[in-house]
Design a protein around this ligand. Structure first.
Ligand code: UDP
Ligand code: MN
Length: 382
């Protein structure tokens, strides 16, 4: 708390020389400092309890919390700068000192997590990179296909992934050709990505009953990894699920195969490993059907090197048994070896949300609406 005391006494002497409105901004900055201090303490508490799991320290909270803290600091400092009279009174130099002092203290207590280690030589906060290079790299394999919900789903997912560092997104369309709107969306996000196509084989497309949805796409993703990746961790993340960004930091530390709970899944509303005293004892899933691994696609991640050592591993075109088939193809690997994530499987960080199916839109009456905005809008929807 020592930096806070220093700031408080400095602030008191400035306050004496200031008029009430100017003081308001200073008080706001101090409140931000208190929030920051509180965040540091809670981050440490969370980190401490997590490190007791035996599965390594999670970088999730420091990473996310750092961004939030910087956001708060920037907002407060910008507000102060907006008020010229305050700038004149306090002076940019003093403001700068204030930020530097705060930065030094944050670095000293390790609030920047990994960044503090990598940037110990930095003396000024402005020199500290805003993004840490979280490693290992994450490969997110997302099957998708053209339908009315495609762009909304991918927009939502992209704007989740934009918060995750060191990630490469493999967006693989079940289609003969790439959809231009998908390419445009990927370009806009500036997420590191590859946009690929892998149509479902005609044989399965024509077949009546349940189809092996997203299998050709995921196998294309595995092929891409074998050709392009040497390390890191991959995750099959469907375009329609809901992801808590903390999940991606959990995944990052996967040494072989990790698992965690998935919400809104099967009649149990949940699919999860069952854990007793930190040890895996079985699976909880509303549809077991004799599967060795009764889990959801969104509930596991695999280390890339682990995959590369298993050249035959792939997903079968077997509706309902895609996860089980793929995990069995990772042999030698047994359920007892699963690395438990999400605080020993006590958190739900991903949901198997399913968007309502929408009919393709009716044709636009060009006699009535030619030369209107609707002509352009119609090209954006299915
Ligand atoms: N998918 C696909 N082709 C299809 C149907 C689905 O590529 O013909 C993709 C879809 O975009 C999603 C994944 O495969 O990312 C799983 O499909 P869906 O969400 O329909 O299956 P569910 O979650 O209901 O099992
Ligand atoms: Mn789905």
């Amino acid at each position: 708390m020592f930096w806070f005391d220093v700031l408080f006494f400095q602030a008191r002497s400035w306050a004496e020389a200031m008029k009430p409105p100017k003081m308001l901004w200073l008080i706001m900055l101090l409140i931000v400092c208190v929030v920051v201090q509180y965040n540091i303490i809670s981050t440490w508490l969370v980190g401490g309890s997590n490190s007791g799991t035996g599965y390594g320290f999670s970088y999730a909270e420091p990473g996310v919390a750092t961004a939030v803290r910087e956001e708060l600091l920037n907002a407060a400092v910008n507000r102060l700068r907006l008020d010229d009279s305050v700038s004149v009174n306090i002076g940019q130099k003093v403001l700068h000192e204030l930020i530097m002092q705060l930065g030094r203290e944050l670095l000293a207590v390790g609030a920047f997590g990994e960044v503090s280690v990598q940037t110990a030589a930095y003396t000024s906060l402005s020199q500290v990179p805003l993004t840490s290079h979280a490693t290992p790299r994450l490969y997110i394999i997302t099957p998708t296909y053209r339908r009315p919900e495609q762009i909304p789903e991918l927009t939502r997912m992209a704007q989740t992934l934009m918060h995750v560092q060191n990630l490469h997104w493999l967006v693989i369309e079940d289609a003969e050709n790439k959809t231009q709107l998908v390419s445009d969306l990927l370009q806009r996000t500036s997420i590191s990505h590859d946009h690929l196509v892998a149509p479902m084989p005609q044989l399965f497309k024509k077949r009546k009953g349940p189809k092996p949805r997203g299998v050709s796409n995921r196998n294309r993703g595995l092929e891409w990894l074998r050709d392009n990746a040497t390390d890191g961790v991959f995750y099959f993340a469907d375009d329609d699920n809901t992801y808590d960004i903390r999940l991606f930091e959990e995944i990052r530390t996967t040494k072989q195969v990790s698992m965690w709970p998935v919400g809104l899944c099967t009649k149990f509303g949940l699919s999860s490993p069952v854990v007793v005293n930190g040890t895996f004892v079985g699976f909880y899933d509303g549809w077991v059907a004799g599967r060795k691994f009764p889990v959801d696609m969104a509930g596991f991640a695999v280390n890339v090197q682990f995959l590369l050592k298993r050249p035959k591993a792939k997903m079968p075109y077997k509706p309902g048994f895609e996860e089980d088939g793929f995990l069995k193809s990772l042999s030698p690997f047994d359920p007892e070896e699963i690395e438990l994530k999400a605080k020993n499987c006590t958190q739900v960080l991903v949901w198997h949300t399913q968007t309502k199916k929408n009919e393709a839109s009716a044709a636009l009456d060009l006699g009535k609406y030619n030369n209107t905005n609707l002509v352009i809008l119609k090209q954006l929807i299915v």
